[in-house]
Design a protein around this ligand. Structure first.
Ligand SMILES: [Zn+2]
Length: 173
């Protein structure tokens, strides 16, 4: 039985902590946390959520890519938990794309990210995976990876380029 978790809003110190690695993925508390995060990100229609955003400073996040206005070709995928994620390689080419964050409601900003990344993580079953992502999926990974390092996307944005959610919807429509 999963529960919807409260989402830490910008200003909560937990969002600025360095997350701890997960030592035992079979710990029932970890498996329950993953279920709760999956339920929470689905409830708010998000494309990703990191454990620090639900007040758990652990190296764990959910990636839940699906097509959207800005990335109509984004892969539709079954939401997936990534434990102890590592960024193995990042392309030199970068691109700007709009981001928002469940912890920073009402605001969007263009963030420059690596277009392609190679990553390693543990699945919730404990399988080690190495994958290469590009475009929107690479962007989600980098956004969530920032969270487990105590960063938010605002740290990578020129504040003069920030827009309100309402303006964002006008811009991308
Ligand atoms: Zn975020």
């Amino acid at each position: 039985m999963s529960i919807l978790r409260q989402i830490a809003q910008l200003g909560q110190p937990v969002l600025r902590e360095l997350a701890r690695p997960i030592v035992n993925h079979l710990d029932p508390a970890i498996q329950a946390l993953i279920d709760d995060m999956l339920a929470t990100v689905a409830d708010v229609d998000g494309v990703g959520i990191a454990a620090p955003q639900v007040y758990e400073p652990l190296a764990l996040f959910i990636v839940a890519s699906r097509p959207n206005l800005r990335y109509p070709h984004a892969p539709e995928m079954e939401p997936m938990a990534m434990l102890n994620p590592e960024l193995l390689w990042a392309s030199n080419d970068t691109e700007k794309g709009w981001e928002g964050c469940l912890s920073i409601p009402g605001i969007r900003g263009p963030v420059r990210r690596h277009r392609r990344v190679r990553v390693r993580y543990l699945t919730r079953e404990g399988e080690i995976c190495e994958e290469e992502y590009e475009g929107f999926l690479a962007r989600i990974f980098q956004h969530e990876f920032d969270h487990i390092n105590g960063l938010v996307y605002l740290d990578r944005v020129d504040s003069r380029e920030l827009v309100t959610e309402k303006e964002y919807l006008r811009i991308v429509s």
